[in-house]
Design a protein around this ligand. Structure first.
Ligand code: AP5
Ligand code: MG
Ligand code: ZN
Length: 214
C-alpha cells in the first residue's frame, strides 16, 4: 500500500498514521517527525528546519524533497509506505511524482482528512507528544494513562513549540495558501479520498479504512 495522508495542521494525520502503518505493515514517513528528531539530535538539518518551523512556515522544498527521496530509496523492495505531511507544495508533489515514476511505483490513494478550523485550534493547543517515540496524545480527547508519560514507551510528553496559538494561526494560513491547492491536484488524478476528520478518533480510522478498501 502506497499512501499519502493530507490535511491541515491538527487534522489527525499523525494519530491516524499510527494505526494505519500497523494495519498495513508499512513504514510511516512524517517529514515533521524527521525534522523534530534531527533537531533533538542537534544536526545541521534540524537547526536549519527549526528556523522555519518555529515561525509556522514551510521548510524550503529542496531540503524536504531530498530527505523524502532518500527515505524512499532506502526502503527495502516495494513494501509500500505512508507519507504524512508530504508533499505540501506543488513543486514537492511534482518531484514526488517524478521519483515514483522512476521507481515504477504508483500511489494507491491520497487520504485527505477534513476538519473545520475551530476544531484545529483546540486540538493543537491540547496536544502532547512523546519525546522518545513521537506518539501523539491530547489532554482531553486522547489522554495518556499516566499524565505526562507515554503509554507506548514510557517517555516524557511535551508540548510542541509550534503549537502556540499564534504559530498555529500562521500554520493554517500557510496551509491554505500553499498546501490546499494539492487537493485539486490529486482529485484530477483520481487519487483523492476525503474523510470527515471531525468525528472521534476510531470513527475517523474506520472511515479511512472503509474508503481505502472500497
Ligand atoms: P508537521 O509535524 O507535519 O505538522 P502539521 O502538518 O502542522 O500537522 P500536525 O502534526 O500539527 O497535525 P496532525 O495532522 O499530525 O495531527 P495529530 O494527529 O498530531 O510539520 C511541522 C512543521 O514542519 C511544518 O510547519 C513545517 O515547518 C515543517 N514541515 C513538515 N513537513 C514539511 C514539508 N513537506 N514541507 C515543508 N515543511 C515541512 O493530532 C493533533 C491533536 O489532535 C493531537 O493532540 C491528537 O491527539 C488530537 N486528535 C487527533 N485526531 C482527533 C480526533 N478525531 N478527535 C479529537 N482529537 C483528535
Ligand atoms: Mg503530525
Ligand atoms: Zn513514546
Amino acid at each position: 500500500m502506497r499512501l499519502l495522508l493530507m490535511g491541515p495542521p491538527g487534522a489527525g494525520k499523525g494519530t491516524q498514521a499510527e494505526s494505519l502503518v500497523g494495519k498495513y505493515s508499512i513504514p510511516h514517513i512524517s517529514t515533521g517527525d524527521i525534522f523534530r528528531t534531527n533537531l533533538r539530535e542537534g544536526t545541521p538539518l534540524g537547526l536549519r528546519a527549526k528556523e522555519y518551523m518555529d515561525k509556522g512556515q514551510l521548510v524550503p522544498d529542496n531540503l524536504v524533497v531530498s530527505i523524502v527521496v532518500d527515505r524512499l530509496e532506502s526502503l527495502e523492495g516495494d513494501s509500500g509506505f505512508l507519507l504524512d505531511g508530504f508533499p505540501r507544495t506543488l513543486p514537492q508533489a511534482e518531484a514526488l511524482d517524478r521519483r515514483l515514476q522512476d521507481l515504477g511505483w504508483g500511489l494507491d490513494a491520497v487520504v485527505n482528512i477534513e476538519v473545520p478550523h475551530q476544531t484545529i485550534i483546540e486540538r493543537l493547543t491540547g496536544r502532547r507528544v512523546c519525546r522518545q517515540c513521537s506518539s501523539t496524545y491530547h489532554l482531553k480527547y486522547n489522554p495518556s494513562q499516566v499524565r505526562g508519560i507515554c503509554d507506548t514507551c514510557g517517555g516524557g510528553l511535551y508540548q510542541r513549540e509550534d503549537d502556540s496559538l499564534e504559530t498555529v494561526q500562521e500554520r493554517l494560513e500557510v496551509y491554505n495558501r500553499q498546501t490546499q491547492p494539492l487537493i485539486e491536484y490529486y482529485r484530477e488524478r483520481g487519487l483523492l479520498l476525503s474523510v470527515d476528520g471531525s468525528q472521534e478518533i476510531p470513527a475517523v480510522l474506520n472511515a479511512i479504512i472503509v474508503s481505502l478498501e472500497k
